[in-house]
Design a protein around this ligand. Sequence first.
Ligand code: PLP
Ligand code: COI
Length: 341
Amino acid sequence: MEKKNIDWSNLGFGYVDTDKRFVSNYKNGAWDEGALVSDPNVVINECAGVLQYAQTCFEGMKAYTTEDGHIVTFRPDLNAQRMEESCKRLEMPVYPQDKFVEAVIKTVEANAAYVPPYGTGATLYIRPYMFGSSAVIGVKPAQEYQFRVFTTPVGPYFKGGVKPLTIRVSDIDRAAPNGTGHIKAGLNYAMSLYNIVDAHNQGFDENMYLDAATKTYVEETGGANFIFVTKDGKVVTPKSGTILPSITRRSLLTVAKDYLGLEVEERRIHKDELKDFAECGLCGTAAVISPVGKIVDHGTEICLPSGMTEMGPVTKKLYDTLTGIQMGRLEAPKGWIHVIQ
Ligand code: PLP
Ligand code: COI
């Protein structure tokens, strides 16, 4: 299979049309078999549940080319599980988890020419998603749904690659207690757009959200969880029922413990602790681990000792080990790597 003529090493995090996408429709209480199609456009009724009441959720995952030339994906079963949680919370029909993984594999296989070659720094981003496609005008769930998977080759999520970021403590909340912060609902991202545009306009790369109830505990950013490293080398991540349970973060805790022999803690993190950490990073499928160099809390600058030029040493080890596992340079824990081709 010949790869597409793409400047892989200079890709940003953007949409590139690829050859095929998977589509399955839910009607009369059942999903159809689904198929790969060529048309990237979606035609739905003007009154579709997704258009009127934002009834939609999604997942984000990646396919990698390993050092020995295989195409693999990382823990797709966990994305399938999380999408099930999202669907249930949004009164959407669950797309069966085994079928979800099958659809992802089929879509990646059909777009193998777009999976960036090993060593380019790029990956194939995979976006499974679902939306209410039939008309609803009263506030209620749609009767019909579409599940789709598309792919797009991507480079780093943040401009500048691994240059440490400057973030600000946000006044706007991301997720209410007992709300939808723990699922991947499109509405969580729509409501964050005002705040991310404002952050960029003020010279910040991202927003650090605090818990909405007390405004004291660190939650996450608009698209990634936090990891912190203490001055004595412990890896600490926020525990909260209102953040997205990041697959990257959960994997990093295992990597820290089992590969690097580090102590790990998942607990509430008070914002007053921020000044005591040695390193900070944003972790997620898109973000991988993006180091944070500075956190600005209403005029007070918290400068991480790891500085503004490179990743801190522990963050770097976590990054190298995680990407080493994903790219096949290091042996993965059982079940983490799903070989596609
Ligand atoms: N938090 C939010 C709000 C996200 O959108 C994402 C991206 O999926 C993450 C965290 C990271 O999750 P994961 O590591 O599963 O990609
Ligand atoms: C991901 O990391 O896959 C996400 O969905 C986050 C999004 C902000 C791109």
